[in-house]
Design a protein around this ligand. Structure first.
Ligand code: MG
Length: 276
């Protein structure tokens, strides 16, 4: 049996020791985390269910240093809210809209249909509600700033892709210094939503296509891409990317991702690039 390496995304040595003991492994301290090297066979899912800490396999056969692009979802991944739900809450249409969002994220409703439905419910809502949500409700998820700062420092390109609306995608792109983004265009007349969507909707397939488009542009292989997301709408892009990350992800998405972050922040991903 070859040696396998497990990343324990935690500073606490007691936690790491417990994991090491469980798989009869050798503990190695890194700058921001621990690694456990073992010849024992283990089931990562079992291990994850026993320990309340993020555990991921560090694949010795994968060239992490060859990653050149990170593509991330926005709502509930880079930021803590579902932006359209928050806009709806702002104008007391919360019940109607959240229900549709949740169904779509669980994979029970076609995304494009659900998006159109939600935008049509928001017909007449003023763009001022977007500003209110941005100013008062939008918060970056833990570790987002640190992650993007780090990626910039090692010259990895970044992109945001969202099934939400351009208004928020543009703001988050600005705040995090992301290189490029794609999201949905909603029609606005007289500073209010008309209820119509403009152009093609960014659904699961479009997210995957966007990765391919960026790979063409930057002359990369999809294997050099990390994709991060949390919902069913991120499933297709996970199949394309070399590394797929479920960030506090829905069960349906986790099944298709090789990296799971269930406890920590987005900066946990920095651990994969640690050369110390
Ligand atoms: Mg999301």
């Amino acid at each position: 049996m070859a040696i396998q390496t497990l990343i324990v995304h935690d500073h606490n040595i007691e936690t790491a020791k417990k994991v090491a003991l469980d798989i009869n492994g050798e503990l190695e301290a890194r700058k921001s985390h621990f690694r456990v090297h073992t010849k024992s066979n283990f089931e990562i899912e079992n291990l994850r269910s026993y320990h309340s800490v993020d555990l991921n396999i560090f694949d010795q056969g994968f060239d992490y240093n060859n990653i050149k692009l990170m593509v991330s979802d926005m709502d509930s991944t880079l930021i803590s809210i579902e932006t359209i739900d928050e806009v709806a809450r702002q104008v007391d249409l919360s019940n109607e809209v959240s229900l549709i969002t949740e169904e779509a994220m669980q994979g029970q409703l076609d995304f494009s249909e659900s998006f159109k439905k939600r935008v049509s419910i928001l017909k007449g809502v003023s763009t001022e509600s977007f500003n209110e949500v941005y100013k008062n409700k939008m918060e970056l998820n833990p570790g987002a700033s640190e992650l993007f700062k780090f990626l910039k420092s090692i010259k990895i390109k970044t992109a945001l892709v969202s099934g939400g609306i351009n208004f928020f995608a543009e703001k988050v792109t600005d705040v995090l210094g992301i290189d490029t983004y794609r999201a949905n265009d909603v029609e606005i007349k007289n500073e209010a939503l008309t209820g119509n969507v403009l152009g093609a909707i960014v659904d699961a397939k479009a997210k995957a296509n966007y990765i391919e488009e960026l790979c063409n542009y930057y002359r990369l292989s999809p294997k050099q891409v990390i994709a991060i997301g949390d919902g069913a709408n991120d499933l297709e892009m996970m199949k394309v990317a070399g590394l797929s990350v479920a960030y506090h992800g829905k069960p349906i998405l986790k099944k298709s991702c090789n990296i799971h972050i269930n406890f920590g922040g987005l900066d946990s991903l920095i651990d994969f690039f640690d050369k110390s």
